[in-house]
Ligand binder design. Structure first.
Ligand code: PEP
Length: 256
């Protein structure tokens, strides 16, 4: 089946509100409206930027979705510093990144946390973008497929086939994130195909065929076309290049 590509920009902890408004405006200006009929596009700014970015896109009537970069699974309560799913949903987020390697490695997020977040997001009707990926040490040892597929199994524990359809997976090798060292199309395809095979084991081939698997890790306007041409790569999760409107929109163009 043909899966519609998804290009999602992860702005990480960048852009104050005025800067975010400028970046959103530049993206809107450069984005050809008919591309958005062929490719799904989302940006995931910091929480405080979500509303101002949404206002820009609404004013411009540009169909770019919003995503959050993280969330907590409880709906409300005494969880100082956390943001709930009802909060990001109300503000207009269609997506939420979960299990980004920076959250796993810098903030101690576990596979169990990722699973709880994914399940709570699905229940609320927000699409989790579930990030998985191996470190350089794991890749060098050679067991990276087992490692990544175990992360996938853990993330989907207790999720059924229908709900799995409402998810996106992002394969992001840690050694390629923010390093300028991109996985080759063959390396990325090998793991994305293994992720899809794991989804097929869990939910059946038909469901697995409908779940989008993205690649992330130093994707830019120069390498996007070759990566996106691979059979099991259905889009990109973009970090650094998402902060440059020209680069981000060129990646969207490469995904057409
Ligand atoms: C990311 O952090 O999700 C990412 C892919 O970053 P970069 O594109 O900068 O490697």
């Amino acid at each position: 089946m043909t899966r519609k590509h998804l290009i999602a920009g992860n702005w990480k902890m960048n852009e104050t509100i005025p800067e975010a408004v400028v970046l959103a405006q530049e993206i809107s200006n450069l984005m050809e409206r008919d591309w958005l009929e062929m490719v799904d596009v989302a940006v995931c700014p910091p929480f405080v930027d979500l509303k101002p970015v949404k206002t820009v896109f609404e004013f411009d009537r540009v169909d770019i979705a919003l995503g959050a970069q993280n969330v907590y699974w409880e709906p409300a309560g005494a969880f100082t510093g956390e943001i709930s799913i009802p909060m990001i949903k109300e503000i207009g987020c269609a997506y939420c990144i979960v299990g980004h390697s920076e959250r796993r490695n810098l903030f101690g997020e576990t596979n169990e946390d990722v699973n709880r977040k994914a399940r709570a997001l699905i229940e609320a009707g927000v699409t989790p973008i579930i990030c998985v990926g191996e470190s350089l040490a794991v890749r060098d040892e050679g067991a990276y497929l087992d490692f990544v597929c175990a992360q996938v199994r853990a993330a989907y524990a207790g999720i059924d086939g229908d709900d799995a359809l409402a998810t996106v997976v992002a394969y992001e090798p840690v050694w390629a994130i923010g390093t300028g060292r991109t996985a080759t199309p063959e390396q990325a395809e090998e793991v994305c195909a293994a992720i899809r095979a794991t989804l097929a084991e869990l939910f059946g081939a038909e469901a697995a065929d409908r779940v989008r698997v993205l690649y992330g890790g130093s994707m830019n306007e120069g390498n996007a076309a070759l990566l996106l041409a691979e059979a099991d790569i259905d889009g990109g999760l973009i970090g650094g290049a998402a902060l440059k409107a020209g680069s981000f929109t060129e990646i969207v163009k490469a995904a057409l």
